[in-house]
Design a protein around this ligand. Structure first.
Ligand code: FES
Length: 158
């Protein structure tokens, strides 16, 4: 069903706030920003279609410079799944953002939620920490890292 191939991971980690930034890109699935206790994210993406709409975007999905969404959508101690770009952004500590691939290393499903400080894969129940580390299998390896930066109030792929 899903033909999504895992995106090569980049080695960058956290981003720090900067100023200025591009406009918001595509729709992002996001967590409840204001709620502190439960950082719940939903927005299931059934990856695979990968269909590019042939729009006049100068950046392909997942390309450096792609704006994922505002920092306000990534709660401290939680995260948000940006399904269109197949990226999860977490905020383990205030102002410290971690980009992760949303592609589960088990069988390639897209993780679809961040709950109680854990990134959840709906297919077989793997759970990952906010740093991508495996908390519960069957996944045997962590979520790949994606480099992100903060520009103004937006999180952007680096
Ligand atoms: S694909 Fe994620 S747990 Fe199996």
């Amino acid at each position: 069903m899903t033909t999504g191939t895992p995106t090569p991971s980049r080695d960058a980690d956290q981003a720090e706030p900067r100023s200025g930034g591009p406009t918001l890109g595509r729709r992002a699935a996001i967590a409840g920003a204001g709620a502190a206790a439960l950082g719940v994210v939903a927005a299931c993406s059934s990856g695979g279609s990968g269909g590019s709409g042939g729009q006049s975007s100068d950046l392909p999905e997942g390309a450096p410079g792609t704006v994922l969404g505002p920092t306000s959508e990534v709660p401290v101690g939680g995260g948000a799944v940006f399904a269109n770009q197949q990226v999860v952004v977490t905020q383990p500590a205030p102002g410290r953002y971690q980009g992760l691939s949303a592609i589960c290393p088990h069988q390639g499903c897209s993780v679809n939620a961040v709950q109680d400080g854990e990134v959840i894969c709906p297919c077989h129940g793997s759970r990952f920490g906010l740093d991508g580390a495996v908390l519960q299998g069957p996944a045997a390896s962590p979520l790949a890292r994606r480099a992100v930066t903060v520009q103004g109030t937006n999180i952007t792929l680096a």
